[in-house]
Design a protein around this ligand. Structure first.
Ligand code: HC1
Ligand code: SF4
Length: 574
């Protein structure tokens, strides 16, 4: 430990702390812009400058280590003037149309400009001119908003180990984007959207689909069904000022009904259905010598990663479509029949914590009935926008329940899909019962929970050892797959989620500013909301979902039947 003085306060911190961390520990929040904990600690933007007694010039506190006896001032005139000049310089080459900016009032640069009391920009710089790239289904890049902080570059490089984004050109002409400035649509990008949640400004965003959804709702001939992913309830409240990790399931349903959707269902129903299909696929591969390890296929970011970077594992992927795609296919077949509807007049909307699902839903093979399984995917952020557009007072909404007919039941196993390890745990709850030939009581597989990058467990089921592993964030997936490839590890079943933390921290979730990220692990807080809901439910195993059972009885036959394959499964190509 070392002791130093910051703004006349004595501070004792571990000796590997930076000044920024030390100050934070006593409630002094030094402003930052390029800094992002564990991702971008480069001291590039010079907003976090402080004065250190005896040192020459001002120092970037996010990279400067503490030292015994150090005396630091974070709020002198010199410091304030320097910060102000830095931000003014950034603003001089920035598209400052805040009023029409989609990050208006949710922008770290805007907040900083306000705090530093910046009025007129004293010098108008030359503006970087580069076109907006909106060619992909998932991600839009607007260079006029980019401040070259490097947060997206490093999240893609370090957390995902992909490296799509880089600094192109030099000096004033520097831009951030894919190499050779190709479109995101032409780069081997997995559309995980982690770059969007890392961006402090509006340089990266999802490709919005709100208008198409409003049009469908407005169309009297369209029956519009909406489904919500498990992770959305764990984060939507943040957009309305609720603490991170507040579960808002009932309010979310109430809001969706007010927006005018004809039916509101939970993707969890289809998560249970996925477990039926995927669980039996695993049992079949285990018992009949199929390709192992089997790897989960519900995260479309991960699927793209596998297609681009590890095609040798494509046969290991489960052939199951992801739950929301299954839900779409069932809505346009079984549900359509039940309600006497022509699938061409049904419009399915998925509210997802994910940007990659936009591209997934547009894949040509995702048409179980001949019609698109899912017609539009909106992120959690887009849903919040619609609620605000409709001027619904979200916080005052009374809780409402999902619609209950045909596709309304869901179990705890479905809910936990949204956190890393959740799909594995849900699958084990079903597979274990089958292999053991009885109903097991202990259903919490804590070894696969939590934020550890790679998690493993070996279980004895029906007298056999079943080895499983879980990875989240593609850097961890890469590490795991490399070990499997090298023969260092052997598993029967692997869960991979494209984003660190799983869907709760997907690229479509509300952005959390870098200062808040210093204080908490958002992955933990949001996951808690899901595990709580799991505990509250009386049915916690997918194969006990009454309406899923009925769906098989009345329509699909057995798991992995011909009909199930037609509607719920797919194949992958490199
Ligand atoms: Fe997910 Fe899934 S859990 S992929 O993380 O399998 O997006 O939440 O909806 O489809 O159910 C996301 C979440 C989500 C699917 C399910
Ligand atoms: Fe990288 Fe994911 Fe962003 Fe693509 S979407 S650039 S893979 S972080």
């Amino acid at each position: 430990k070392v002791t130093l003085t910051i703004d006349n306060i004595k501070v004792e911190v571990p000796k590997d702390y930076t000044i920024l961390q030390a100050a934070k520990s006593v409630g002094i929040n030094i402003p930052t812009l390029c800094y992002m904990k564990d991702v971008n600690e480069v001291g590039a933007c010079r907003v976090c400058l402080v004065e250190i007694q005896g040192a020459r010039g001002l120092q970037a506190s996010c990279v400067h280590p503490v030292a015994e006896g150090m005396v630091v001032k974070t709020n002198t005139k010199k410091v304030r003037d320097a910060r102000k000049a830095t931000v003014e310089l950034i603003l001089s080459n920035h598209n400052r149309e805040c009023l029409t900016c989609f990050r208006n009032r949710n922008c770290e640069l805007q907040t900083l400009a306000e705090e530093l009391n910046i009025g007129e920009i004293p010098f108008e710089g030359e503006k970087t001119v580069a076109p907006i790239d909106s060619q992909s289904h998932s991600i839009v890049r607007d260079p006029s908003k980019c401040i070259l902080c490097g947060r997206c570059v490093n999240v893609c490089k370090k957390v995902q180990d992909i490296g799509i984004l880089e600094f192109n050109n030099r000096g004033f002409k520097t831009t951030v984007g894919p190499a050779f400035e190709v479109s995101m649509a032409d780069a081997p990008c997995i559309y995980c959207g982690q770059c969007i949640v890392a961006c402090p400004v509006a340089a990266l965003r999802e490709k919005e689909d709100i208008e198409r959804v409003w049009d469908a709702i407005e169309n009297p001939n369209m029956h519009v069904v909406v489904q919500t992913a498990p992770a959305v309830r764990a984060a939507l409240g943040e957009e309305f000022g609720l603490p991170i990790g507040t579960r808002v399931t009932g309010k979310m349903v109430a809001a969706l009904k007010r927006l005018g959707f004809d039916k509101v269902y939970d993707t969890n129903f289809a998560a249970d259905l996925t477990i039926m299909e995927e669980g039996h696929e695993l049992l079949d591969r285990l018992q009949n010598g199929g390709k192992l390890p089997m790897i989960t296929s519900c995260s479309p970011g991960w699927i793209r990663f596998c297609e681009f970077y590890y095609p040798e594992f494509l046969d290991n992927l489960s052939t199951c479509k992801s739950p929301h795609q299954m839900m779409g296919a069932i809505i346009k077949s079984y549900y359509a029949q039940k309600n006497n509807l022509d699938p061409k007049n049904i419009f399915v909307v998925s509210i997802m914590p994910c940007t990659s699902k936009k591209t997934e839903s547009a894949r040509p093979e995702m048409k179980g009935t001949g019609y698109r399984d899912v017609d539009a995917v909106l992120t959690t952020r887009e849903l919040a926008k619609m609620i605000k557009q409709a001027r619904i007072d979200f916080l005052k909404l009374e809780d409402e329940n999902f619609d209950e007919d045909y596709l309304g039941d869901y179990t705890g196993a479905g809910v936990i899909f949204g956190a890393t390890g959740g799909v594995m745990e849900a699958a084990l709850r079903t597979v274990a019962d089958v292999l053991e030939g009885k109903e097991l009581e202990n259903i919490e597989y804590t070894a696969v929970r939590g934020t550890e990058g790679i998690k493993e467990a070996a279980l004895t089921l029906g007298g056999k050892t079943v080895k499983v592993a879980v990875a989240h964030g593609t850097a961890m997936a890469k590490k795991l797959l490399d070990m499997v490839k090298a023969g260092e590890k052997e598993y029967h079943f692997i869960e991979v989620m494209g984003c660190s933390g799983g869907c709760v921290c997907g690229g479509g979730q509300p952005q959390i500013d870098a200062q808040t990220l210093m204080d908490m692990d958002v992955r933990v807080e949001r996951a808690k909301a899901l595990y709580e809901e799991d505990e509250l439910l009386t049915i916690r195993k997918s194969h006990k979902n009454p309406q899923v059972i009925k769906l098989y009885e009345e329509f699909l036959g057995k798991p992995n039947s011909h009909k199930a394959h037609e509607l719920l499964h797919t194949h992958y190509t490199a």
